[in-house]
Ligand binder design. Sequence first.
Ligand SMILES: [Zn+2]
Length: 563
Amino acid sequence: MKFSEYKYVRPNLEEFKSKMDEQLVNIATEKDAAIEIAAVYNVFDIQDYIDSMQQIVQVRYSINTKDKFLEGEQEFLDKNSPLIQEVNQKFVNKLLDSTNRDALVKEFGSYIFEKFEVAKKTFSSEIIPDLQEENKLSTEYSKLLAGAEIEFEGKKWNLSQMRPFTTHVKRETRHAAQLAVSGWFESVEEQIDRIYDDMVKVRTKIAKKLGYKNFVQLGYDRLGRTDYTSREVKIYRDQVYQSVVPFVVDLVERKGKRLGIKDLKSYDLGLSFLSGNPTPKGDSTWQVHHAKEMYEQMSPETGEFINFMIDHELLELDAKEGKMGGGYCTFIPEYSSPFIFANFNGTSGDVDVLTHEAGHAFQIFQSQKQIPEYRWPGFEGAEIHSMSMEFLAWPWIHRFFEDDTDKYKFNHLAGAISFLPYGVTVDEFQHGIYEKPEMTAAERKALWSKTQSKYMPYVDYDDDKFMKKGTYWYRQGHIFGVPFYYIDYTLAQVVAFQYWIKAQANHRDAFDHYLALCKLGGSKSFVALLNSANLESPFLDGVIKKTLEPLKAYLNDIDDTKL
Ligand SMILES: [Zn+2]
């Protein structure tokens, strides 16, 4: 069956509620453990069904936002998702209350209880109006940015359409493009400052109502971080400062030499090579053809996976009218189907979809038999699968990039390392914000500037007075939408580097190791996943330095001025 034939029926919420209630009476009511375990499995089936209906609508709507039927269904689900959440929360509380905990742990493991304990702390009916306020602010921010219209070279563009100009090979174009983007942000400065101030305050209020000292730990708990705290994250950031920043300073200097520019400015950093950034040498059909060959040759498991995706039409790749922006990977339990959504635009980002998003999809394909709570890991865990697949694809990557292959490899690795200081800047900034929620807008901007110059001393905004004020973070949606979600990408990147090292030594072994990690899905917390896969935790002092050594040696061996 193809994705277009997957059946969608609008969920009957009364039926959902009563079906759940039928099962919940058998949980935490002194019943026999076997009855309780059977009821929990029934709950999972009910949840999988309603989740599948939600996923099908969301995917179809994101492909065609002009379809009135889908728009109506999406609205219905948006409106009713708090009700679904409320019922699911009842299940969480009941399972935690069960007197058969030992038998349940034997069946489902202890991690689900750890997850549910944390989930319980983050919610109470008292905070519902505040959550609604928080969502409203989030939507206001997204809409504001999505509606950006930037005048440039006689035309109007949105923020993502400005990217080809801000990374243009002509320096004057890049420079002018950066100033144009800054000009737009300056025109909405008061609005963004007000939205963010309201967000920080309502989040702090929610935290206090739930009994937290401030929002920091609540932010961690919302992300389901059960085995590390802001203490470990601080040790991690310090390592990035000591071991990564000096090397990135080197890499930036090398870029200056490559581009023939003595004093690099902020608008020079997005360009990697004077001859232009590497691009794939064919359209989406051509790229999928190469992806199919690559995954068939990589392993029997990846071969089965890619053919499943192609045969069921689970790859939606080309940009088209009426389609939402961005890219994602999701999963439809009723049809055992991952789904990949993207907007191909002819840049190397297209190939990243076929490696990065396919890494996410491959992981869920391998872990789909786990109970729903264990299928996906947290964000930090999930990005290991995607970022490592980008590296495992290297032996085939020349088929996509042809003459640009060396440029791509250098850029991929150097870019991944250079990303770390920015990632920790975003994280340290947010800790400062939520530890001192009473800060003024000007104090927040000063904090950004201070943090950014600590980790990214090479960023010189030149004559861009608005960026100099400390406003770059305005465009980083995670800071607004999901606080403290960002360090995850950097944590996963350090772990993915370990797969790059393994793959350089022996690709077969590296892949087998990776496959075992994918099969674990989200059955363990982040550090526990690393431990059971024999990967080194980036939180341990010295791990980043050690992990970076072979990567540095590889990059230092390349004469990048010849690329
Ligand atoms: Zn990802």
